[in-house]
Design a protein around this ligand. Structure first.
Ligand code: COS
Length: 384
């Protein structure tokens, strides 16, 4: 697979070394990922990634270090190109631990980050609810202050790693003010009494996913991340960092689809010549390559901007995620088309990609939400 983008000015030598390291690991370890028992596969992938030291980058080692978004994005792009489940396992360690690594106290960081970075603990980010996915401000799970504890009641759904996570970051209403200003973030242990997996949810690209109930779920006040009432901003700022990396995973899927298609176009004869001689096929290949490069530019622009110290990358991250995921869907659909019947056979790489890409246009902010974010940003700039 081409790696020419690594010579772009967004990257430093350490990124090129990192891309080579994670690429070598993926080529060796991801030849076959079992999707029969995704819980077992995910646990094994987290353990293996941890053992190889590759999860160290998912959270900073100490308070003075920062998450490097380019490093995360390169990892997701590479892992996704090999196996969607490996990308998922890596990504969730970062997103799940994100509120702790970005806003946690020294005690919270010390207790959890060494474990998420070594693969010893699996992390989950519990924000969405049956009645509020896109509209975060309307969350109805409550956290009531009771002495020196908080008591959580309510339901979360579409929670990745639900059922296998050792820690859940749970966003709940503490009621300091209506709407977005009355939410808080909590660390809840997977075995905390009152936390129950209500339903495991099977999806088109299998990975651990669940609906979770909280009934009289009591956590100590030390489980609160940041201050009470700051939950919405903690969720949004965490998503600002990790949304770019969703774009990176989509980019990895798209690159793989393009690569599979280039190989097929060169090898398969059609009307007495290689498929790649047909101008109609060339037109498709040109569109695919263009969309891959455009997605890469937006993804690494957003990652670089954050790494350079920008306080907010809300717009850049939204653009990266929106464009890269939508473009990858088009690229993969074309790949399936150019593979003909082979493209829809279960287990074929492009058939797998076709299922893998779909959720990325929905999770961590659906494409429609990204458009709202981008429009608000350009409108507020125009008003200034
Ligand atoms: N970083 C820090 N603060 C942010 C922020 C960000 N990225 N985005 C918004 N805020 C702040 C705002 O500045 C505002 O602060 P003040 O109250 O002090 O003015 C507050 O948060 C509320 O912001 P806003 O009015 O924009 O909130 P809305 O309820 O209108 O919601 C959207 C905004 C729709 C963009 C938001 O709910 C969203 O991103 N939804 C999708 C969530 C998602 O990704 N869900 C999938 C589940 S996660 S897998």
């Amino acid at each position: 697979m081409t790696a020419s983008h690594l010579s772009w000015p967004f990257f430093e030598d350490r990124h090129r070394i990192w891309a080579e390291r994670i690429g070598a690991w993926a080529r060796e370890k991801l030849t076959h990922v079992d999707h029969g028992d995704v819980d077992a596969s995910c646990r094994e992938l987290v353990r293996e990634l941890g053992r190889a030291g590759l999860l160290q980058v998912t959270a900073p080692g100490d308070r003075n270090e920062k998450l490097d978004v380019r490093t995360l994005a390169l990892a997701r792009e590479t892992l996704a190109a090999h196996a969607g489940l490996a990308d998922f396992a890596f990504a969730m360690q970062g997103l799940g631990a994100g509120p702790i690594s970005l806003f946690g106290t020294d005690e919270q960081r010390g207790e959890w980050l060494p474990k998420t970075r070594s693969g010893e603990a699996i992390a989950a980010f519990a924000l969405s609810e049956p009645a509020s996915g896109s509209d975060v401000a309307s969350i109805s799970t409550t956290a009531r202050c009771d002495g020196s504890d908080y008591v959580l009641d309510g339901e979360k759904t579409w929670i990745s790693n639900g059922g296998i996570a050792d820690l859940y970051i749970v966003f709940a209403r503490t009621g300091e003010a209506p709407g977005s200003r009355g939410l808080s973030a909590f660390i809840v242990r997977g075995d905390n009494p009152g936390l129950r997996i209500a339903e495991r949810i099977p999806v088109i690209a299998p990975h651990p996913l669940a609906r979770i109930r909280f009934d009289d779920c009591r956590v100590p006040a030390s489980a609160l991340i940041g201050r009470a009432g700051e939950g919405f901003k903690i969720a949004m700022a965490t998503l600002d960092v990790f949304r770019t990396t969703v774009g990176a995973a989509a980019l990895g899927f798209a690159r793989r689809a393009l690569n599979e298609t280039l190989q097929r176009a060169a090898k398969r004869d059609l009307f007495g010549a290689p498929m790649s001689d047909l101008q109609m096929v060339q037109g498709h290949l040109a569109d695919m390559a263009l969309e891959v490069d455009a997605a890469a530019l937006l993804v690494y622009r957003a990652a670089w901007t954050k790494d350079m110290g920008a306080a907010r990358v809300t717009r850049e991250a939204a653009m990266a995620k929106l464009y890269a995921t939508e473009a990858a869907q088009r690229v993969i659909d074309t790949a399936v088309q150019l593979h003909g019947g082979a493209g829809v056979v279960s287990g074929h790489p492009v058939e797998t990609l076709y299922r893998e890409i779909r959720a990325l246009r929905i999770y961590e902010g659906a494409s429609d939400v990204q458009k709202i974010v981008i429009a608000r940003s350009v409108l507020s700039e125009a008003e200034r």
